[in-house]
Design a protein around this ligand. Sequence first.
Ligand code: GDP
Length: 304
Amino acid sequence: ESLDKGLEKTNTNFFNKLGKAMVGRSKVDEEVLDELENVLVSSDVGVDTTVKIIDAIEKRVARDLYLNATELDKILKEEIARLLNATQPDTAQGYDLPKVNGPYVILVVGVNGVGKTTTIGKLAAQFKKSGKKVILGAADTFRAAAVDQLKLWGERTGVPVVSHGMNTDPASVAFDAVKQGVEQGADVILIDTAGRLHNKVNLMNELAKIKRVMQKYIPEAPHEVMLVLDGSTGQNAMIQAKEFMRVTEVNALAITKLDGTAKGGVVIGISDQLSIPVKYIGVGEKVDDLQVFNKYEFVDSLFK
Ligand code: GDP
């Protein structure tokens, strides 16, 4: 239900336009497919992924002679689910933390303003609620506000935050966070980082150093590098993701601000084009507004 509410704007967009595409028509013809293409592109699915979906639908329409809007919805849903299937794990429950030796370390990356700190705060709350011992590392030392904000989330959720203040060495913060996590028997450590994508070489070196120092304590760390993207920026989020993937290895995505946008289709394009699982979606500013991404629910909610 909260997913439907969170994706309200995207749904309204899909549904209204899709409905309009079929008004006064009894079969799926060229015009309907053109209209559908417009709907997908304007929902920010992205051109390449849209072409894939339209091609697949064209083939099926020719073969199965789907005639009405309900049937078109059905095949559209199936084709979108097929694209998500390629990257999303086949679980309805979503994710649990994999069993590792010692704490599970998540390095959280992304440019400023995308919702990194908020996502970390929400995750900390969720992990804590499920009985996990959590530690946060404030390694976004570039902005004073970032450190303060993470501390605030720490207070709010009752989770300790390791911080050395502003302009300190991010790697040293990460080192201490992992050290404390190991010593205190934490289950999960979340490290916030600065995302200065305009300064790629610095960012690359900084993230490499952060990884190197934490590996002194946990050789496999970070177990996860989670890139946070602002879904309301549509195709820009995709471009940003591609740039980030050149700076560091990324193996999980969180897409935020899907509540404020009609561009929720970007989740489909990103899953298809980047082949990195979308683990979480943000649908609001409050602590409970982070959801484990479930491809089945997502596709369903797009057509409600
Ligand atoms: P950071 O600079 O990447 O750490 O971004 P912040 O965590 O500071 O978030 C920037 C702004 O986006 C804040 O005002 C957050 O409340 C807001 N925000 C984060 N996630 C979401 C979301 O899922 N939905 C909405 N509507 N706002 C969000």
